[in-house]
Design a binder for this molecule. Sequence first.
Ligand code: G1P
Ligand code: ZN
Length: 543
Amino acid sequence: MPMQTVRTHPIDGQKPGTSGLRKKTAIFMRPHFLENYVQATFDGIGGVAGKTLVIGGDGRYFNDRAIQVILRMAAANEAAHCIVGQGGILSTPAASNLIRTRGADGGLILSASHNPGGPDADFGLKYNGPNGGPATESVTDKIYERTQNIECYRICAAQDVNIADQGTYDLNSMSVEVIDPIAAYVTAMEKLFDFDKIKALFARGFTMRFDAMHAVTGPYAHAILEDILGAPKGTVINGTPSPDFGGGHPDPNPIWAKELMDIMYADNAPDFGAASDGDGDRNMIVGRHAYVTPSDSLALLVAKAHLAPGYKDGLAGVARSMPTSRAADRVAASLGIDCYETPTGWKFFGNLLDAGKATLCGEESAGTGSDHVREKDGLWAVLLWLNILADTGQSVAALMEELWQTHGRYYYSRLDYEDVDSDKANAMINALRDKLADLPGTTIKGLTVEMADEFAYDDPVDGSRSTNQGLRLIIDNDARAIFRLSGTGTAGSTIRVYLEQLETDPTKLDLPPQDALSDIRAAALEVSDLVAMTGRDAPDVIT
Ligand code: G1P
Ligand code: ZN
């Protein structure tokens, strides 16, 4: 088959963030854009000759065509073997699992996660390494460097591979194995959870809604929850992946998963609700009339994970991203295990998981996972919850009440200011950074600042240091306000303000969160001068 070397040149804006490269779909579809980035990725990881790669995505618009380009380029770059999910589908955790269980050299995941899909929306591409996790910073640096001096890419002229049907096909001297995207993931879940106990729970009439948000977890959830665990048909809603996610925003939070929230807060609400995002790594948990924040969900899972067979010997440790509430820390302390605080982004958990220092990890942005893969895993979190609900026989609300009575409750909220003019967003962060050193001891809106710094992380495994990871203030009565710029937005800058307030008075554990946080919120807005500096008087999204 003819192999072509196509002359190209560096293209602006190909700097991968914490989750690979995310851009408007139209940009990815421009001549040479995808090809350039794929070649830069191959070069940045030291070439793919003789290697085995796992390839799949969340089914969004351009997923199928991009996979054909990647396959032709992998063949031209002399890869030995590609494992592709049938129809081009693989959830992010399923891809991570396959890389690990098949001993692949890495994988390419096509997704922009929870961002909308479609010709006018977002697309993304991420490289995961041989441990199944997102590329480390040194690898993404190399990929970026290559995008800056690339001169050519290699591609072979060939027809599309038939990824619609399982089987093994040849492309040049490379073989393409099209596999069932679900089977290996089911095997992994069966090892961790007591499927019989969960089956018995559903057989007793336990009711659930899982909202797949028209995204990749639909087929996984239909297979696991309905076909294997026996939940009635109709338990999974919006379960057929669509290229534009049904025109929605596949982000499992109370704003974007409103359909599920309405179901869970209705008079006849089911016992348990959950949702997952575009590529299946995030999760939202909600009981009957009881939304569980991702930070609280992590804390509850840390407290009860030992009830599932895969974690029966307890946890080696736990890790959370810095802006995630400190609820998990309190549970970890009571269990006598370490709790690591890492920068935002799943890749920082990889070393802790690989080194056996942490078993469970989580982020406030609806990501939870464990050492079974090197990505967060939406359905895994749902199954762990189900295992705990089946084992304890308690409701979600009762489990949360018990957690708060035992450890106190961290009221928590995140305010997102999206598509802010980048100069203004940077100016706000820079101005706040400049005054951090003077803040301790001062009073803002009646609250005293105890500590103020810019978070930096020293990786306890490889000793690397990551700086500029968010500005944080600890304010009296164990409250925190954190400011950081998103690394995943695709337009302008997104400012995230994270607020938390610990409450240990047993009579004050059921306040509306925004009421409990009103003082710390006022202090955060005052100290950052956010409204004046950005021209925004309200956040776009409050979760
Ligand atoms: C966001 C989340 C972060 C998550 C990342 C990828 O990043 O905040 O926790 O790891 O998406 O899903 P951000 O946009 O804040 O940089
Ligand atoms: Zn995702």
